[in-house]
Design a protein. Sequence first.
Length: 87
Amino acid sequence: MRYTPARRAEAAVEAMPKDDHIEFEGAVTEVLAGGLFRVKLDSGLTVLAHLAGKMRKFRIRIVLGDRVRVAVSPYDPARGRIVYRIK
């Protein structure tokens, strides 16, 4: 297989680490359809977040007002993944 500039860029994207994120804490302010949540972070930002796979697997429920930990990508700080429900 011959590498073109586009293929090299795709290979570089695939090689990026999955754990490249920043974690914030916040509260769920809105529950949306499709497993999405609007979370207001302690820093004042609002993030659109979805549940992490492990939380879905173990059926951890998130309701309005819950405190959660959100992993936010540095590339798109407006979206994130809920990784932990704080008791």
